[in-house]
Write a protein that binds this ligand. Structure first.
Ligand code: SIN
Length: 487
């Protein structure tokens, strides 16, 4: 096992490190492997409903105190978590690379990105203002206050094992909620690291618990336990819909950050160099394993050949390897199932007329390494046009007119992120207005920041994370009527 001071193999429940030996329900352990080497990194508990219920009980007790802390106090804990993350950025980044494979530089970037949510919400914690509504009665006042929702269940993904926890937990803490987090089984260690840091900053016990195990029993407990008031999830649309329907049966608030099928649109008038660099950043970040990755790249006919050539030249020189190696730009994919999906999309596309101009196959490094791939002559009939590939494959679709590309870009049930490169200001505004997505980036390939609202429309989910809007998802609005005020 590699040495990393953050690598803990026990769950963090209300300030205690709990291993399988003290729980009767934990009959098995979950093995965690390094996708870059196939080595076993460690084993974590396979906990279930009973431990989830215990964690929720403790979170409920903690909530009663936590909600009454001043915003300033909660802000202090958020800021302390930010500092603790940044003080340990390299060690946490290494752990993240070990368990999910992304290049070390990207992993360190993710730690800083996550820390940014704690900083942002430390500031926002002080700004949870209420309202005084002008009263229709001379002897009554209408006051609106805001209260934390209560205990939150956070179910988080493997592709951003640290930042997606930070994005949810920081907002919850600022609002005054306590959290029980269930990270993906592939990447529990970055999640347990929050337990180590919680101890370090002396976070009140029970305000955060991190529990690993099969998703279904844990999610069922979260959805059905009356003490838990909200379920927040980042992951696939299929799972998100199941969770949303279970949670809604028990009237839980939900936030769902789900799949995407992002269009990246390059017009003839775009700056070619910037568009190529933006496409690489957008498509190949995290080996294409992000919900906001460009899944369909639409290129106008006048610039299509030049764009394809330049993109293929750059992509063919990308260094693939173990994310801890010097200069590595693309790590392995998370699993063989991920590789198989990539292969099936390429096979389907080529059978229907697409051409592979670079990549197209497993990398000779073996395991789950895949060559960064560019396909030309992509069309809307191909699977790759309608399904999220979640891998390093960039299909290029040719288009002629603005109207045509808007129609094609919006022809999906998803609506998370969209991107457009153009130097025409009017067109930039028209595209922003016309793209049916929660987020639009003009002349940029990466848009995530703690300061702006992240989230989608249609099957990409509901709710917003980060920004001033992100707090609303953790808050209940209370109306107070003060009557009898006449003399
Ligand atoms: C995600 O893929 O789930 C999040 C990516 C991001 O925030 O940029």
């Amino acid at each position: 096992m590699p040495h990393n001071s953050f690598l803990r193999e026990q769950c963090y429940i209300a300030g205690e490190w709990v291993g399988p030996t003290v729980s009767k329900d934990a009959s098995t352990l979950i093995g965690v492997t390094n996708p870059a080497t196939g080595d076993m990194l460690g084993k974590v508990p396979n906990f279930g409903r009973r431990e989830t219920s215990q964690a929720i009980d403790m979170a409920q007790i903690a909530f009663e105190d936590w909600r009454r802390r001043t915003p300033d106090e909660r802000a202090g804990f958020c800021m302390a978590m930010h500092d603790a993350l940044m003080d340990n950025q390299a060690t946490l980044g290494e752990l993240l690379t070990l368990e999910m494979g992304k290049p070390f530089a990207e992993a360190k970037g993710e730690i800083a990105f996550g820390a940014g949510f704690f900083k942002w919400f430390a500031e926002e914690a002080r700004r949870v203002y209420g309202d005084v509504v002008p009263s229709p009665w001379p002897d009554k006042k209408i006051i609106i206050t805001k209260e934390p929702i209560g205990v939150v269940g956070a179910i988080t993904p493997w592709n951003f094992p640290s930042a997606m926890i930070a994005r949810k937990v920081a907002a919850a803490f600022a609002a005054g909620c306590s959290v029980v987090c269930k990270p993906a089984s592939e990447t529990p260690f970055s999640a347990f690291a929050f337990g180590v840091l919680a101890d370090e900053i002396a976070l009140p016990k029970g305000v955060l618990s991190v529990i690993t195990g099969d998703p279904e029993p844990i999610a069922d407990e979260m959805c059905e336990n009356p003490k838990l008031r909200k379920v927040t999830f980042t992951g696939s649309t299929r799972v998100g819909k199941e969770l949303a329907s279970k949670a809604s049966r028990h009237m839980k608030r939900i936030s769902m950050e789900l799949g995407g099928n992002a269009p990246l649109i390059i017009f003839d008038d775009a700056d070619l160099d910037k568009a190529v660099d933006g496409a690489i950043a957008c498509k190949f970040r995290n080996s294409g394993q992000t919900c906001v990755c460009a899944n369909r790249i639409y290129v106008q006919s006048g610039i299509y050949d030049a764009f394809a050539k330049q993109l293929a030249e750059k992509v063919s020189t990308m260094m693939v390897g173990n994310g801890l190696g010097d200069g590595v730009e693309q790590g392995p994919l998370i699993s063989d199932a991920a590789i198989q999906k990539v292969e099936s999309h390429i096979a389907d596309a080529t059978e229907r007329g697409a051409k592979v101009i670079t990549g197209g196959a497993r990398h000779n490094l073996g395991l789950t390494f895949f060559q960064p791939t560019i396909l030309t002559d992509a069309t809307s009939e191909m699977k790759i046009a309608s399904e999220e590939t979640f891998g390093p494959v960039a299909p290029l679709f040719k288009f002629e007119t603005e109207e045509e590309v808007i129609k094609a870009a919006n022809a999906t049930e998803y609506g998370l992120a969209s991107y457009c490169y153009t130097n025409d200001l009017g067109r930039a505004w028209r595209m922003t207005d016309s793209l049916d997505y929660g987020m639009v980036a003009i002349n940029e390939g990466i848009l995530s920041t703690p300061i702006a609202p992240f989230g989608g429309v249609k099957d990409s989910g509901q709710g917003r994370e980060g920004s001033k809007y992100g707090l609303d998802d953790y808050i209940n609005v209370k109306y107070a009527l003060f009557g009898g005020l006449a003399k």
